[in-house]
Design a protein around this ligand. Structure first.
Ligand SMILES: [Zn+2]
Length: 478
């Protein structure tokens, strides 16, 4: 596995070659009354299009398309992550975020060390714009006049650089640091599925299985296909920590679980600071391409990362051909602030519309989701029907269905970035707790627990379950 130090050397070369010229903008003409500010993104997962001074202490920030590829959809502009330095006496700054791909209100996060993150005060963030839809909870396709304006109080600047981001970042280096803490554990085997297409970095692969395990429940999980959807990484940290704790204490029959994890599918995209694609502008999520002749393999022209990750998927699938698998694909979705975690179970329960196998998959998927809803205090949004649109595309779930049908309970799970069912803006700890709840739900699922339905969303602020607008993944998922 590549060490963080070699990654650092690589990044230094990458940054010097491309990022400073493309992404940073500092102002050294410090006139009378003007704040002396530099805004840069030349670090791992950093991203901003351009920064333009709009006043003595005011800056306009423009989001960029992944890889500056203007052919990508507008709503793939979402991720930004910057470093702000102020020289001299600190002033209160205003930053106006423009060129946004989504109009949902949110509260950005800040840090001084890129490890400990805090939310800005909500009262210092407002959404402004002429567009009628700017402050609605539905997405507008035209967002050029819908800004997110942030006030950064002078007290935030104490001489250290201030890092500011759309959401809690989770970099490749951070993943490697976390994986290092698992080294030597008797129930963890760490390897790699191979190296990425552009930066030649290792894509880590973990198998969590105790030597005395019997594989009575086999689970596949991969995350970060969309690089900026960092919620998945906190889910995985929480899930892995919980599972290993249980295995050490021999709780919940956990030692009989076998969990196979590719925690960061699109490593290159994460390093580059992309929102949705690889540095080649590939949306890996919809490129698990196969045909009847290639199955169970992907086609030879499928993206390298997908073919690499598909190898252990195939091995796990074939090794446990005689038993039910759970296969989860972790994402994060832009959505209205109160939307909680949700998922994409497939098909439905109508026998006029679906086969017995399709209804079985729907029922099994929802049993797992409803268990998760119970274990995560109701903060899961379930859906009345899933449909079969995924069969017309090449999602990983499409591959699982074609190779395993109802014996692989395969679905995408989406964390969200807002309050996510909590009375406060969601924290990293809240998302790690989702991972722990997921492990409990897998135990319950394995043990045949059938949750009572219907289950009401247990909003801790006592509000009724809101009606949610369409969100991030719909355009590609269904
Ligand atoms: Zn996604």
């Amino acid at each position: 596995m590549t060490s963080p130090s070699s990654l650092g050397r690589f990044l230094a070369v990458f940054v010097l070659g491309f990022w400073i010229a493309a992404c940073s903008d500092s102002d050294d003409s410090n006139g009378q009354g003007k704040a002396d500010v530099s805004i840069t993104s030349n670090f791992e997962s950093g991203n901003i299009g351009r920064a333009e001074r709009a006043g003595d202490a005011e800056w306009d920030l423009y989001l960029k398309d992944d890889n500056n590829d203007a052919s990508l959809p507008v709503n793939w502009r979402n991720w930004w992550y910057i470093r702000i330095r102020q020289q001299g006496e600190a002033q209160t700054l205003t930053l106006n975020l423009k060129n946004r791909g989504w109009n949902y209100f949110y509260v950005p996060v800040y840090s001084y060390d890129r490890l400990n993150w805090f939310r800005l005060d909500e009262s210092d963030v407002k959404q402004v714009g002429a567009s009628e839809t700017c402050n609605s909870t539905t997405q507008s396709p035209v967002l050029d006049d819908c800004e997110l304006s942030m006030r950064l109080d002078a007290s935030l600047f104490d001489g250290r650089p201030l890092y500011l981001a759309r959401f809690y970042p989770y970099t490749y280096s951070q993943l490697l640091t976390f994986l290092k803490t698992l080294e030597g554990h008797e129930c963890v085997d760490q390897s790699s599925v191979g190296r990425t297409a552009v930066f030649q970095e290792s894509i880590p692969y973990l198998t969590i299985r105790c030597p005395d395990g019997d594989d009575s429940q086999v689970v596949w999980v991969h995350g970060r296909t969309h690089p900026a959807e960092s919620g998945s990484s906190f889910v995985l940290e929480g899930a892995i920590t919980r599972l290993l704790d249980d295995m050490e204490e021999n709780r919940n029959n956990s030692r009989n679980l076998a969990v196979h994890i590719v925690p960061m599918h699109n490593v290159d995209g994460v390093i580059a600071g992309n929102y949705r694609t690889t540095p080649d502008s590939l949306n890996l999520e919809v490129l698990w391409t196969f045909d009847q002749a290639s199955l169970p393999f992907l086609k030879s022209d499928a993206p390298l990362e997908n073919r690499l990750v598909n190898e252990p998927m195939r091995t796990v699938s074939q090794m446990f051909a005689d038993r039910s698998l759970i296969a989860l694909n972790l994402h994060s979705s832009n959505s209205a602030p109160d939307r909680p975690v949700f998922a994409f179970p497939h098909f439905g329960d109508d026998p006029d519309q679906y086969s017995a196998e399709e209804i079985q998959l729907w029922n099994d998927s929802n049993r797992l989701l409803n268990l998760l809803k119970i274990n995560y205090d109701g903060r899961i949004d379930t859906t009345a029907t899933g449909g079969d649109g995924f069969l017309n595309a090449f999602f990983p779930e499409t591959w699982w269905w074609r190779t395993r049908a109802e014996t692989a309970v395969a679905m995408t799970v989406e964390t969200t970035y807002g309050r996510a069912g909590f009375p406060h803006w969601v924290t990293e700890t809240n998302i790690r707790e989702l991972g722990s709840s997921l492990i409990q739900s897998i135990y319950d699922y394995r043990d045949g627990v059938v949750p009572e339905t219907p289950i009401n969303l247990l909003r801790s602020d006592g509000q009724a379950e809101p009606v949610f607008a369409p969100m991030d993944e719909w355009d590609t998922k269904h």
